[in-house]
Design a protein around this ligand. Structure first.
Ligand code: UD1
Ligand code: UDP
Length: 362
């Protein structure tokens, strides 16, 4: 089986890592990096430390408006698919790179497969929500991480090609937790005591592109009962500087450059609590038994909230501060996102489907 995998942004490198290492044992993979993320700290660091093979193609699209960025990717991916003629195009998550891959692939021959299918925030203001819905509806094979995500697809009329496989990020973190504990000395570098700091990330457009919302978040984090370590996404740094809030943020919080995956996992595992608007970080906190405060009004990862390990606080200063102070005694934790074998299940399902494909479609 030949597979073209499309990635472009930080979380997609981490997801593709899990699948790629299984896929490459018996099958051919051509890796396409759209170049949506290009800074060393947002891209190369993951390839180097996770040993992800060098991309076969890098489209180098860089940053732009949604339309321009997606269009440039679409054009590049189409050319690659025409040259490579893969059996499958594998897409991850909900970024503009995902959408471009879906549109390019669905108009050509290969099977289109979407990892992290069926997730919804039901907030159409989010660019990612549009990307997810369109990608799911353009896909032949859908890999939801949970029962609830599979139900969502069915409710939207998608009845074929759904395979609940669990979450590929769970596969990755099961491997990374121990490695990070042995290899990362990140806790020394940030000069905090284990279990005595809050780890925070902020990059969601709704939070960064609204000065009032961003200021509320910075103020709330500044009042946290423990030191706050904030590895800063370039988008957020740019906005803080633009709004004249950079000095305040760096004076009140321990703002550091984005870190590699193993260092981030070490921070996450060693923190008392996490305050984030990231999708991936909510799940990773759940996997590592770190209570999470999510600075959004809704989440796609509903099971983390239903189980009490995650709480939605929007950008409400009182709520953020209250939840960062609240004692949490959490013991019971369900396992809604599989058993850490999502990657193998994805590869097996794809291979089986390719073998079963009628000759006329091959
Ligand atoms: C993108 C995804 C988002 C995902 C996030 C992961 C979309 C619509 N958004 O958001 O779903 O959660 O990646 O981190 O696909 N920039 C740099 N260096 C880089 C990349 C970006 O400085 O290497 C800056 C640029 O100013 C750019 C801004 O960050 O304009 C936003 O980058 P972009 O890739 O458009 O979106 P993200 O906010 O990173
Ligand atoms: N991450 C990282 N270094 C950082 C911040 C995050 O390695 O400084 C990892 C984190 O472990 C998770 C992924 O990046 O696996 C999440 O990416 P992000 O929050 O940018 O995107 P989202 O998941 O919200 O799409």
């Amino acid at each position: 089986m030949s597979v073209v995998s499309v990635v472009g942004a930080r979380p997609q490198f981490i997801k593709a890592f899990a699948v790629s290492r299984v896929l490459r044992t018996d099958h051919e993979e051509v890796l396409v990096h759209t170049g949506q993320h290009y800074d060393e700290e947002l891209s190369d660091v993951f390839f180097n430390e996770l040993g992800i093979p060098e991309p076969d193609y890098n489209l180098g699209v860089g940053s732009d408006t949604h339309g321009q960025q997606t269009a440039t990717m679409l054009e590049g991916i189409e050319e690659i698919l025409e040259a490579e003629e893969p059996d499958v195009v594998l897409l991850y998550g909900d970024t503009n790179s995902t959408l471009a891959g879906a549109i390019a692939a669905t108009k050509i021959d290969p099977l289109v497969a979407h990892v992290e299918a069926g997730l919804r925030s039901y907030n159409r203001e989010m660019p990612e929500e549009i990307n997810r819905v369109l990608t799911d509806h353009a896909s032949d094979l859908l890999f939801p991480p949970s029962e609830s995500a599979a139900n969502t697809l069915e409710q939207e009329g998608i009845t074929e090609g759904i395979h609940i496989v669990g979450d590929v990020m769970y596969d990755t973190i099961l491997w990374a937790q121990e490695v990070a504990e042995g290899e990362s000395n990140m806790l020394n570098q940030v000069d905090v005591q284990e279990e005595e700091f809050v780890l925070s990330t902020v990059h969601r457009a709704a939070n960064t592109d609204d000065p009032e919302r961003l200021e509320t978040i910075i103020d709330a984090l500044s009042n946290a009962p423990l030191p706050v370590v904030l590895p800063i996404h370039p988008r957020t740094e740019n906005r803080l500087r633009e709004y004249g809030m950079w000095e305040k943020a760096t004076a009140e919080l321990e703002v550091i450059d984005p870190v590699g995956y193993l260092d981030f996992v070490r921070l996450l595992d060693g923190s008392e609590r996490v305050a984030t608007d990231s999708g991936g970080v909510q799940k990773e906190a759940f996997y590592l038994d770190t209570p999470c405060v999510t600075m959004r009004d809704e989440t796609e990862w509903i099971e983390t909230v239903e189980s009490g390990w995650n709480v939605l606080v929007g950008a409400d200063q009182d709520q953020i501060e209250k939840e960062l102070r609240m004692n949490r005694y959490l013991e019971e934790k369900p396992a809604p996102y599989g058993d850490g074998n999502a990657a193998s299940e994805i590869v097996d399902t794809l291979a089986k489907r390719i073998v079963e494909k009628p000759m006329s479609e091959q």
